[in-house]
Write a protein that binds this ligand. Structure first.
Ligand code: ZN
Ligand code: ZN
Length: 347
């Protein structure tokens, strides 16, 4: 039986004609029998595709021949074409939906004005050296707020963001202005969100901004639970989370009884579906699992939860709304979830 694999990569590089790149990528993938999801913008490419190993290798080789894509940092992952419902290749204004495409400048070296990239080891060196100077490095979570409920860097600041689109509003609100002269490290799951976030921060006057290269995924591979990371990493498939070792701390608290837990469940209100932490006992109980955000009070008569349901049509890819589809998966959507999971390692 042939081997199958999924590859993930992103690359910030100027593309004068994203539509031409889209057509080329589509034809390339179709010819090789690959499926997956590729976003092309004038800022570069973000791709997750799967197929037979030899076909995927040829895809990567050919893609790297394109000027600007030579240095692609490709991550390999378990899976194959069957993990995707189809091949989707789209042109979008942004590779990651911050809602600020006009703020981003990209050149042959990647994002212009982004934070300094740090490997996991360099991150530790930075923390140590700044501490010797009597300064503490600030960790700044670049993910959606709920992801940090079960895992984050020790002492990290977790911005009040439901989706990536909220970051600009948060940064402009002034609540983080006191950090502007501090050493700040942004981190996210796989690094792509911080490419943009760190640039937005520097543009707003944050003086010393770094970003964790390869994100939490790479850090966890190197330091597991013996470094500065605490807890579980939220992932976007049926597993919902991963731990880097058996020593992982449980940071989350049950929304009903406050017991430690890392288990997300969708709010039972179909209009809400907010991912909410519940412990095993409460989850096994007879009561509906309703989030405390307005759904728990009147379980039988609750109307649509206005806190988020109205955003259904406008919330971008990779946001809370999309990540709630882990219940009642059929065989078909299960594959799609796995693929999304792999894709989000890029996120
Ligand atoms: Zn509980
Ligand atoms: Zn709810």
């Amino acid at each position: 039986m042939a081997l199958h694999r999924i590859v993930l990569f992103y690359c910030f590089t100027p593309l004068a004609d994203p539509e031409a790149v889209r057509l080329w990528q589509r034809a390339l993938c179709e010819g090789l029998g690959l499926r997956g999801r590729i976003i092309v913008s004038e800022h570069g490419i973000n791709a997750t595709v799967g197929g037979e190993l030899d076909a995927v290798k040829r895809y990567v080789r050919t893609t790297k021949e394109y000027p600007g894509f030579h240095g692609l940092d490709v991550k390999w992952s378990e899976g194959g074409a069957d993990d995707f419902p189809r091949l989707s290749v789209k042109v979008r204004p942004e590779l990651v939906s911050f809602g600020a495409p006009e703020e981003l400048t990209v050149d042959g070296g990647g994002v212009v004005g982004g934070g300094t990239h740090l490997s996991p080891h360099e991150l530790h060196e930075l923390v140590d050296s700044r501490r010797e100077e009597g300064r503490e490095v600030v960790f700044f979570d670049g993910r959606n707020g709920f992801e940090a409920q079960i895992g984050r860097f020790r002492g990290a600041i977790v911005p009040d963001v439901e989706t990536t689109r909220d970051f600009v509003r948060e940064l402009d609100s002034g609540v983080y202005d006191e950090l502007k002269d501090k050493p700040i490290v942004t981190y996210c799951t796989g690094g792509v969100r911080c490419e943009v976030l760190s640039a937005l921060m520097r543009k707003r006057g944050f003086q010393e901004v770094y970003q964790l290269d390869g994100g939490i995924v790479r850090y966890g591979e190197e330091f597991r639970d013996e470094g500065l990371w605490e807890g579980s990493l939220y992932v976007f498939d049926r597993r919902m989370r991963v731990e880097f070792s058996e020593d992982a701390a449980t940071l989350g608290r049950c929304a009903r009884c406050d017991s430690p837990t890392s288990d997300f469940h969708n709010c039972a209100n179909p209009e809400c579906r907010q991912l909410t932490l519940f412990c095993a006992d409460c989850a096994a109980g007879p009561e509906d699992l309703r989030c405390p955000g307005g759904c728990a009070a009147a379980p039988d008569t609750a109307g649509p939860d206005t806190s988020g349901a109205g955003n259904e049509g406008t919330v971008p890819e990779g946001t809370v709304r999309e990540r709630t589809a882990h219940e009642g998966l059929g065989a078909e959507s299960r594959g799609a979830e796995t693929a999304r999971a792999a894709e989000r390692l890029n996120a």
